[in-house]
Design a protein around this ligand. Structure first.
Ligand code: XIL
Length: 897
């Protein structure tokens, strides 16, 4: 069957409109000017195609009972009658038009008949939601596919979100949905977008096999390290589906993305269905691939009946019964594949227990834990080992890549299991990361896990661009993928498989707007692909610019690392390996009227007189050999574990004027020699290692001076303590949203335990009626105790928000223990006092910490939105997720400055 799916969500960003097709004629119809088919979902690709859960339900494309073709959409886990599958229509409709909808539903359990209907929900810009009936309640008989249709229009276009969803008033059965269409006049903005996407569409329908012939195979390129797998749904493997061609060429291992989860294997007690799972196994065998089974014991995608007492579903099952059910699930499933495929069985590994840990390292409070107790983990492994002793058994989890609390908890858990003789063979590191994830500790995690004598696998790799599909985000992603694979390749002796969580961006569970995979929505290889298999072929005709923020300033002491204006800046890492593994560097830069200053710390533990660093700046390049620096503009120190360089470059020499906003091309390459052979090259910007051409450089950006203020030593006793009058007044003046409504100042004090903040806000119309704390009149203080200035939050970073009525709220990774605040209303506004504990450092005179202040200005009336935001240092509304743009405060004893 031919399908065209037009789907994928918010249309305001070009790349979020996904068009993938297999039929040109129907595509032409969609591109026609009038009476467009706006949504046409028949799920024949075997994936969700833009549908997502409305409420906490699970959606899957299934081959059970399709209304037509091979697939339909199956919704399970509904606990409210309004919960169901939904489709994002934002940007696709015009408010003065009528739209027709038509779809088919079926359900197989529960009462003899149930009503189904479709609803359109609009979310208004002023916070109010509006529900429009798109198809009237229609009676559906159990077990019979029934067609439902209706019409709707949108009363006005003053909304910020619009979705359509299917629900069943008064009932919550699992149900099937198929052949869902919306037709009518497509909005002109969407039409324009479609026109502009036509090219991409046409690229998608050129047979994938043609260009696949011309690119290398991912798994062959990495074959000396590990097998390379991919998570798939069965429909993606059909020969009519272009995704299957990528799978066949690029991967040699498969993991079922969903169909081996209990919900699909055993939807009802004892009712095992392996049809979908077998389809994947058959494909793997036919293509000489191995497999990972995924997964048995998890807190999600497990039917409720597992945990219920059969005679009274409102009561929990007993421990004995749940253990029996666990054993039956694991044994029947593993035996099925063992019996059906015998020595051909491609499944070599299996995730037995999935995601057992909370982010804080404690055991996740799942029904398995509640009913069975903590030994549910050991039991699951024992049953699995009994069922098939030939399969390697894994525990799998996410959020361990930074070697934090959760990684340590996983280590402890597996150590304990091993000590108790539990048959566990490996740890799966999921690796759902993003383009900003800090990978510096990943090696430590791998080695820590391997030290337990277990295998390590990377089981669900994807990398979100955090909603940004611009060229520069995609190139940042390629560099980050290169960095990730440099680590995996270096550590390969501990790693027995590496698996991507999906084939291409159009079908990723994270959505195409996060572009997390190696192939794009047109199924073409992205720069990521080249960064992994062959960096030299990365598409370097695109100007690949990494920005290096360089504040104005002159080093004030001979040892630049002790010079304040250098000290308050973050390091930039030169650590993307374009050859081998070895030395890396960290750099900082400054500029003034005459010079550019570069401070580089190189870590290189294998000294050789050939070790060197190259700097590429504008039209010039400079190379400095370890222990052999000459020239008046360069200082060096060499020691056992590395060497440092302080470089002064006259701006005349590189042909750039000293002016805020100016740019100059820049790159760094660290060359590490073992005696006389070049062991490794690490680069800053150009991971393709083609330095000759300045088009491949990143850029130095001449910025203003870093914001800097002083915190006076002292302990205030309330807001009227005169000591506040001695402290420095920091004016909060930068409107990053709106342009008026309030003015504010902040003062700071410190002692051994706390940073004290006194914020004064002049604003008449105070409002806390909106439930979202950042839409209430409030003050936010941001601190980065170590002043690491990172693109993400790390230890010692915090966001503290207090509204004018002293309601506190905190950023997600903020340690709020010991935090205190007080507020006072004044005739002209309000005052907030905060005591922020130094939980991560021992403060000393001279310390400089990262600091910023933000004031939220609420509008008037009920449920008002945020009308203005004022900030001290940062330029954008990103302070809650990065600390790079914070200003600085220096802890001083007296304010002579
Ligand atoms: C996800 C699938 O990708 C989605 O299609 C499904 O709706 C939910 O589950 N960790 C896991 C995987 O171990 O099983 C999850 O897969 C992603 C997170």
């Amino acid at each position: 069957m031919n399908v065209i799916v037009l789907g994928g969500g918010v249309v305001s960003k070009v790349k979020e409109l996904i068009i993938v097709g297999v039929s040109l004629s129907l595509a032409m119809m969609i591109f026609g000017a009038t009476g467009n088919v706006i949504v046409n979902s028949s799920f024949e690709s075997g994936s969700l195609w833009g549908w997502s859960p409305f409420g906490s339900v699970t959606l899957i494309a299934t081959t059970t009972n399709p209304h037509s073709g091979d697939y339909c959409l199956y919704t399970t886990g509904r606990t409210q009658s309004w919960m169901g599958p939904s489709y994002n229509l934002f940007g696709l409709l015009s408010y003065d038009q009528t739209y027709k909808i038509d779809f088919w539903v079926r359900y197989d359990e529960g009462p003899q008949s149930i009503q189904f209907k479709a609803t359109v929900k609009t979310s208004s810009v002023n916070g109010a939601d509006n529900y429009i009936q798109a198809a009237n309640p229609t009676t559906v008989q159990k077990g019979i596919w029934t067609e439902i249709s209706g019409e709707f229009s949108i009363p006005d276009d003053n909304y910020s979100g619009i979705v359509i969803y299917v629900e069943s008033p008064g009932a919550t059965p699992n149900f099937y949905l198929d052949n869902f269409t919306v037709t009518g006049e497509i909005s002109s903005s969407a039409q324009n977008l479609i026109n502009s996407q036509k090219q991409e569409f046409e690229a998608a329908i050129t047979p994938v096999s043609e260009y696949l012939k011309a690119i290398p195979s991912l798994y062959e390129s990495l074959s000396k390290y590990f097998p390379v797998g991919v998570a798939v749904e069965p429909g993606q493997l059909l020969s009519s589906n272009p995704h299957s061609q990528i799978v066949a060429k690029e991967f040699n291992m498969l993991v079922p993305e969903n169909v081996m989860k209990p919900e699909f294997i055993e939807p009802k007690p004892g009712d095992f269905t392996f049809q979908n799972a077998d389809a994947i196994v058959d494909y793997a065998i036919a293509h000489h691939m191995i497999m990972r089974g995924h997964n048995f014991i998890w807190y999600e995608e497990t039917p409720n009946w597992f945990f219920e007492d059969p005679s009274n579903p409102s009561k929990p099952a007993s421990r004995t019964l749940l253990l029996e059910r666990m054993k039956d699930l694991i044994t029947t499933t593993m035996k099925h594949f063992e019996d059906k495929y015998g020595s051909n069985n491609p499944i070599k590994y299996w995730d037995i227990v999935n995601e057992p840990l909370n982010d804080n390292g404690t055991l996740r409070d799942t029904k398995w834990l509640q009913i069975i107790g903590p030994d549910y983990i050991a039991k699951a492994f024992e049953y699995a080992h009994e069922a098939d002793p030939n399969i390697k058994l894994f525990v799998n989890d996410y959020g361990m890549e930074n070697d934090g609390i959760k990684a340590q908890a996983m280590y402890n858990l597996v150590k304990k299991l091993k000590d108790e003789g539990v048959p566990i063979d490996g740890i799966g590191i999921e690796c759902h990361i993003n383009i900003d994830t800090n990978l510096d500790k990943l090696k430590d995690v791998i080695e820590k896990f391997a030290s337990l004598g277990v295998e390590v696998q990377f089981t669900e790799i994807d990398m979100s661009t955090l909603g940004d599909t611009s060229e520069s985000a995609l190139l940042q992603q390629a560099r980050q993928y290169r960095k990730l694979f440099s680590i995996l390749e270096e550590e390969h002796k501990y790693i027995t498989a590496v698996v991507f969580w999906g084939i291409s961006d159009d079908i990723s569970w994270l959505g195409a707007q996060n572009a997390p995979l190696l192939f794009n929505t047109a199924l073409q290889p992205k720069p990521d692909f080249w960064a992994i298999v062959d960096p030299e072929k990365a598409p370097m005709n695109i100007v690949n610019t990494q920005p290096l923020n360089t504040p104005e300033g002159t080093p004030a002491s001979t040892d630049w690392s002790k010079s304040l204006n250098f000290e308050i800046q973050p390091f930039t890492n030169v650590d993307t390996f374009v050859k081998g593994y070895g030395a890396t560097a960290k750099i900082k830069t400054l500029w003034n009227n005459d010079n550019l200053y570069i401070l580089a710390n190189v870590s290189d533990t294998t000294p050789s007189s050939r070790d060197n660093v190259e700097f590429f700046i504008g039209s010039r390049s400079y190379r400095f050999f370890r222990g052999n620096f000459v020239g008046k503009n360069v200082e060096e120190t060499s020691y056992a574990t590395g060497y440092d360089i302080q470089l002064t470059i006259p701006l005349d020499e590189i042909g750039v004027n000293s002016k805020i906003g100016n740019h100059v091309g820049f790159d760094v390459r660290v060359n590490d020699y073992d005696n006389s052979t070049l062991k490794s090259i690490a680069a800053w910007n150009d991971f393709a290692n083609i330095e000759e051409d300045p088009i491949h450089y990143g850029q130095i950006e001449f910025a203003g001076q870093s914001m800097m203020a002083y915190a006076l030593y002292g302990t205030p006793d309330g807001i009227s303590d005169p000591i506040w009058n001695k402290s420095q007044v920091i004016n909060i003046t930068k409107f990053i949203k709106g342009d008026s409504g309030a003015t504010a100042t902040v003062r700071t004090l410190w002692n051994d335990k706390y940073l004290y903040v006194l914020a004064n806000v002049w604003e008449k119309d105070l409002n806390a009626s909106n439930p979202l704390p950042y839409r209430q009149d409030s003050v936010e203080i941001f601190i980065d105790q170590h002043n690491y200035k990172t693109p993400y939050y790390t230890d010692g970073d915090g966001q503290y928000r207090v509204n004018f009525e002293n309601a506190q709220s905190f950023g997600p990774s903020t340690d709020s223990s010991g935090f205190e605040s007080f507020t006072t209303k004044t005739a002209t506004g309000y005052i907030v006092e905060m005591a922020i504990p130094f939980n991560d450092i021992t403060p000393k005179v001279g310390n400089v910490i990262g600091f910023d202040a933000l004031v939220n200005v609420a509008g008037s009336g009920n449920n008002s939105s945020r009308k203005a935001i004022i900030i001290w240092s940062g330029e954008t509304n990103t302070l809650y997720e990065e600390t790079q743009s914070f200003g600085n405060i220096m802890l001083v004893h007296t304010l002579s400055q």
